[in-house]
Each structure stands twice: as C-alpha cells, then as structure tokens.
Design a protein around this ligand. Structure first.
Ligand code: ADP
Ligand code: MN
Length: 268
C-alpha cells in the first residue's frame, strides 16, 4: 500500500496517511499512542482481526469529537474504520435521535448501550442507502463501537470533503445532491439529518454522502425538522455559487407532498 504523495498532494491536506503501519499484534502500542483505544475498543479490534476483517491499522484519517476514522488493510484492499468514542460522544444528542426511531426502541440506557446502538444505526443507515443505489461508503461489518466500511479514496488518500473540493459545475452538483436527498427519502426511507459540505465527499466525478449515524426514517417525529435543516445547509453552501431552490419547494419536491405547509419542519 504505497502512497503516491506527489500526485495526490492537492487533495491530501491533513488526510495524508501516516506511512508507518502498525500491525495488529502490536495493538498494545497503539493503545499507548492513541487515546482512542480503550479496552473495549481493543477487544473489538482483536475480534475483527481474528475474524479476518482487518489485517493492519494504518494512519488516522480524521479525529473528531465523537469518532475517529482510520485507514486499515483488509486482504482485498483498504477500508475505513470508524471508532465511536464511548467517553466523549455527545450522548444526549444521540438519545434524541434514537428516541423516536422505531428501529431502536429496546436498547439499554447506559452510555455504552447508546454508543453501540448508534454504531449499529449508522451501519444500518448506510446499508439502506446503498441498497437504494445512493453513493455512500459500503458498510462491511460492525462490532460494538467500531464500523468497518469501504474506504472512499485512492492510494491511501481519502477523497476531499465538498468544502475543499472542486466539482466543477456547482449548479449540477447542487441538483444532484437535492436528487440524492429525494432518493434517500423515497427509496431508502431516510433523512440524513447532518448534511453539510463536511459530510459530503467528492472524488472522481462522484459525490458521496457519509456520516449517517443520525439519519432517521420519515416517520421520526423530527424528520421534517432534519429535512429542512439538511436543505438549508445545502442552500447555505451553494447560494454563493449558484442559484438554489426555495427551501419549501425543495422539501415538497423531496417528499412528493405538494401541499406541504410553508412552515413544515420549523418547530419541534
Ligand atoms: P464525524 O462524526 O467525526 O464527523 P465522519 O463519518 O464524518 O465522522 O468522518 C470524519 C471524516 O473522515 C470525514 O469527513 C471524511 O473526511 C473521513 N471519512 C469518513 N468516512 C470515510 C470513508 N469511508 N472513506 C474515506 N474517508 C472517510
Ligand atoms: Mn462528519
């Protein structure tokens, strides 16, 4: 797995991968090096190795407040591993999304229960989106707070987030994204819920939706609020770049509800 630094310099930014590979048998060293590897995470990683799901952990792709994303090796190639942080995850927010989602009614109340359910929820959301032919990272396997998915990138360098990418034709990209929001609603029966230029990757002519842990079905009590916010986020980013649709019109188009009231999704 070599990294062609020159060719990808333009898009690599902080996503350039640490060339040093750490083998799984040295996981204890990782534990010392990175505070993300608590005992539960290590155990889950060991299990993944034993099952043959990963063979080595590469560098960090992203370190966030709620999750860290790593590049890893599998026999067939590269994968991305998202590890939710059981200690720092925004637990209250997670509960708000999970409550009201009929798929996740009977889960425990502990911090761990919520984070594990959240991981399972992201896996299931990605799968639903993928089954509806929406460009997302293909989910491969999950365990506890760890999600293994297709790596979106080339030669170890992740595709850039939309905020730093140059998709060429902004109007076409905007309409493509509104179309994906519609497909997500109609075919996958989901609202993304945290759509922004940070959670859209662009690579080789395709826009990908990522980070779907919070996505909820249209019958969630806050589905219209999340849908409105997703469209407002797209409009905020694209308004300086191209003509955008009035939010309510986009919401009507996405849902197919022609008479959706003007203020749909404006209050809890
Ligand atoms: P967070 O909850 O930290 O926002 P994300 O799922 O958005 O988690 O991932 C954080 C960043 O990691 C993304 O913005 C993207 O740059 C990178 N990333 C996430 N998943 C993948 C993937 N499957 N392939 C490549 N890069 C990814
Ligand atoms: Mn994100």
């Amino acid at each position: 797995m070599s990294i062609d630094r020159d060719r990808h310099d333009l898009h690599s930014y902080d996503q350039r991968v640490d060339a040093t590979r750490v083998r799984i048998k040295d996981l204890d060293q990782l534990k010392v090096r990175e505070d993300v590897f608590d005992d539960i995470t290590l155990l889950a990683l060991y299990k993944m190795v034993n099952r043959g799901w990963i063979s080595a952990i590469g560098g960090s792709i992203s370190t966030g407040k709620e999750a860290n994303v790593f590049l890893a090796d599998r026999d067939e190639g590269e994968v991305a591993i998202k590890i939710y942080l059981t200690r720092t995850a925004n637990f209250q927010k997670m509960q708000n999304y999970i409550a009201g989602d009929r798929r996740f009614m009977n889960i425990g109340k502990s911090r761990k229960d919520i984070v594990f359910a959240w991981t399972r929820k992201e896996f299931s959301n990605l799968k639903r989106a993928m089954d509806a032919s929406i460009p997302v990272p293909r989910p491969l396997v999950f365990d506890r707070n760890i999600l293994v998915m297709e790596f979106l990138g080339r030669d170890g360098v992740a595709y850039p987030q939309l905020r730093v990418a140059d998709p060429g034709d902004p109007a076409a990209t905007y309409h493509e994204l509104i179309g994906l929001v519609q497909k997500l609603w109609k075919d996958a029966k989901l609202v993304h819920g945290d759509l922004s230029e940070y959670n859209i990757l662009y690579g080789e002519g395709t826009v990908y939706l990522i980070d779907m842990g919070q996505a909820v079905p249209p019958d969630h009590p806050h589905a219209f609020i999340f849908l409105r916010r997703d469209i407002e986020q797209l409009n905020r980013f694209f308004a300086p770049r191209c003509e955008v649709m009035p939010v309510i019109e986009a919401m009507r188009m996405v849902t197919g509800i022609e008479h959706l009231p003007e203020k749909a999704g404006t209050e809890m």
